[in-house]
Design a protein around this ligand. Structure first.
Ligand SMILES: [Zn+2]
Length: 252
């Protein structure tokens, strides 16, 4: 079976700052005047810059700072700011893909210490790989699920082919439905942070292409299931219908 194997530079990795657990550590994103290699900015403190800790070989790593405020996150933003971030991020993702420099470009978010994140200040990441094969990424059937709502060209469901299982949501957006995607993404992050307390506000968002559409997976993070790690056995939680019902009744 073919796999994507990405080299990780341990020397750079060891020097990576961390301020989720060690809250006393300084936050560089709170001092934008000190940031270098800025590629683009937008209103409300949105900044796209080079990731100083480029641990991945044969790749360009970018950080998208979401806001000028520390300690706030997607559920706290205004509708307009949330839409602005997603529009900005998706357009930069597409620009990187159109540049012809990469075999694959990924766009994702880590939030919280169980997510793989190290920085408290809300941000997303873009990585352009010279070599990774995107045909090995999740495909259209991986975004199937029990429907929660369909609204303004965006479908939200609870994944029935989940990667991690417990509380995994898919968003599938028609081309051009970016604002509606942002709106439902904001609600889903709020749901995940409220209802999955054991994740301690740790979650991931991953963006994908699904034909002409844009898909996203949003999932709370916990210690990863050994069945997945050891055998690629996926977990389908028995309370999926209850989750769908609860989301629909209390968050939409
Ligand atoms: Zn900060």
């Amino acid at each position: 079976m073919k796999i994507n194997l990405i080299r990780f530079d341990m020397k750079v990795g060891r020097n990576k700052p961390e301020n989720i657990i060690h809250k006393e550590n300084d936050c560089p994103f709170c001092h934008p005047e000190g940031l270098t290699d800025i590629y683009a900015t937008d209103e409300g403190g949105i900044i796209l810059l080079k990731n100083k800790y480029d641990v991945l070989a044969d790749a360009d790593q970018l950080v998208l700072v979401e806001t000028n405020r520390c300690g706030v996150d997607m559920p706290d933003y205004t509708t307009e700011h949330m839409r602005r971030i997603v529009r900005f991020g998706v357009s930069k993702w597409r620009e990187m893909e159109a540049s012809g420099k990469y075999s694959a470009v990924i766009f994702f978010k880590n939030h919280g210490h169980l997510s793989g994140g190290t920085m408290r200040h809300a941000h997303m990441q873009l990585v352009g790989f010279r070599g990774a094969d995107p045909s090995l990424f999740p495909q259209e059937e991986d975004f199937e699920g029990l429907s929660i709502v369909e609204r303004d060209g965006v479908l939200l469901n609870a994944a029935t082919r989940p990667r991690l299982g417990f509380g995994e949501f898919n968003l599938v957006a028609a081309p051009g439905a970016i604002d509606a995607l942002a709106d439902l993404m904001q609600k889903t992050v709020a749901y995940v942070c409220d209802r999955f307390k054991k994740s301690q506000d740790s979650y991931n968002i991953f963006f994908y292409h699904a034909g002409e559409k844009i898909a996203a997976k949003i999932m709370p993070r916990f210690p990863t299931s050994p069945l997945l790690i050891g055998y690629d056995l996926r977990i389908l939680p028995s309370n999926l219908p209850e989750i769908v019902e609860d989301f629909r009744e209390n968050y939409l």
